[in-house]
Design a protein around this ligand. Structure first.
Ligand SMILES: NC(=O)c1ccc[n+]([C@@H]2O[C@H](COP(=O)([O-])OP(=O)(O)OC[C@H]3O[C@@H](n4cnc5c(N)ncnc54)[C@H](O)[C@@H]3O)[C@@H](O)[C@H]2O)c1
Length: 268
C-alpha cells in the first residue's frame, strides 16, 4: 500500500454488508492509513454486519438516517470529536427506491414512494453537503464523493425512478461543488459505477442479465466494488486535488462503447 490517506479523517456512509461498495472502500481507506467514522441508517445497522467492519478497521459507528438533519448534525459533530479535527473525505454510498422495492413500473409510479426514494437517494446528498458546509467541517483540499449510475444519462427501463434520482444527485455534485470549491477549496464529485452485485444492485429487476450485458459491452469488463474502492481512494488522495464538479465514469469503458464484437456475434 502507498499511505495515500495517511493522516486523513472522514465519514463513510452506506456499508451494509461485505458486498457493499462502501464496505470495500472502508477497507481500502484503512489500508491507505485513513481514519474514519462509519455510519448507516439505524434500521440498516440492525440487519447489517457493520460492527465487524468497525472492529476490523478500528472505527466507531454513529447511526444516522441520511434524510434527517438532526441525525446528520449529530454525526458530523461527533465524528470531528472522535477523529480529533476537521474532515478530509466523505463517501455518500446510499440508494433506495420504494417503487423499485415494490415492483411498481415507472409508468405507474406512486408519488409518495417517489418522494421517499428521492429524499434517500438524492436529496440526502444535499443535506450531507449542507451540514458539512455550515459546520465548516471539511479541511481545505478535502474530497466529497457520491456514487451514481449511468441511467442518469441513458435509459435503462428497469432502473425505474432511480434514474431520475441519480440525475438529481449528479446535479447536486456540480451545484454544491461550485460553492465548496470557491468558499472552502473542497472537491465534490460523483463516480458512475458499473452494475455491481450488492443488495441495492440486486434489487433492480433483471439484474443478472443486466450485469452480463454490461460485462460484454465493456472493453475492460465491469468495474467491481473493489475497483471502485481503489478509484475512490484516488479521489480522496492529494493526487486529484483539482478534480471537482465531475461525474466520473468508472465502468470499464461501457459508457463510450456503441456496440462490442461479443454483442454483435449474439445477433449475427
Ligand atoms: N450496485 C450497483 O449496481 C450500483 C451501480 C452504480 C451505483 N451504485 C450506487 O452505489 C451506492 C451504494 O450501493 P451498493 O450497491 O453498495 O448497495 P448497498 O445496498 O450495499 O448500499 C446501499 C446503502 O444505502 C443505505 N441507506 C438506505 N437508506 C438510508 C438512509 N435513509 N440513511 C442512510 N443510509 C441509507 C443502506 O443501508 C445501504 O447501506 C448507491 O448510491 C447505489 O445506487 C450501485
Amino acid at each position: 500500500m502507498y499511505n495515500l490517506l495517511k493522516g486523513k479523517r472522514g465519514i463513510i456512509f452506506g456499508a451494509l454488508d461485505e458486498n457493499s461498495i462502501a464496505w470495500k472502500t472502508a477497507e481500502r481507506v484503512h489500508e491507505e492509513g485513513g481514519k474514519f467514522v462509519l455510519t448507516n441508517a439505524p434500521i440498516a445497522m440492525r440487519m447489517g454486519q457493520i460492527k465487524q467492519l468497525a472492529e476490523k478497521t478500528g472505527s466507531e459507528i454513529i447511526p444516522a438516517d441520511a434524510t434527517n438533519m438532526e441525525d446528520l448534525q449529530n454525526l458530523v459533530t461527533k465524528a470531528m470529536e472522535i477523529l480529533g479535527g476537521k474532515l478530509d473525505f466523505v463517501l455518500h454510498s446510499i440508494g433506495m427506491s420504494v417503487n423499485v422495492r415494490k415492483n411498481i413500473p415507472y409508468t405507474e409510479s406512486n408519488y409518495d414512494f417517489t418522494g421517499k426514494g428521492w429524499d434517500v437517494s438524492a436529496l440526502s446528498f444535499h443535506k450531507v453537503c449542507q451540514v458539512l458546509y455550515k459546520n465548516d467541517a471539511m479541511n481545505e483540499w478535502g474530497s466529497i464523493v457520491a456514487l451514481t449510475y449511468m441511467a442518469a444519462q441513458r435509459t435503462f427501463p428497469d432502473y425505474n425512478d432511480m434514474a431520475d434520482n441519480k440525475a438529481y444527485l449528479e446535479s447536486i455534485a456540480r451545484s454544491f461543488g461550485y460553492f465548496f470549491g470557491k468558499d472552502k477549496k473542497v472537491r465534490v464529485n460523483t463516480i458512475s459505477q458499473s452494475p455491481t452485485p450488492t443488495t441495492a444492485g440486486q434489487g433492480v429487476k433483471g439484474f443478472d442479465g443486466f450485469i452480463s450485458y454490461a460485462e460484454k459491452m465493456s472493453p475492460l469488463g465491469n468495474a467491481t466494488a473493489q475497483d471502485c474502492a481503489d478509484y475512490t481512494v484516488s479521489l480522496f488522495s492529494d493526487l486529484t486535488r483539482k478534480v471537482t464538479m465531475q461525474n466520473l465514469f468508472h465502468d470499464g469503458g461501457f459508457s463510450n462503447t456503441g456496440v462490442s464484437q461479443e454483442v454483435i456475434e449474439r445477433f449475427s
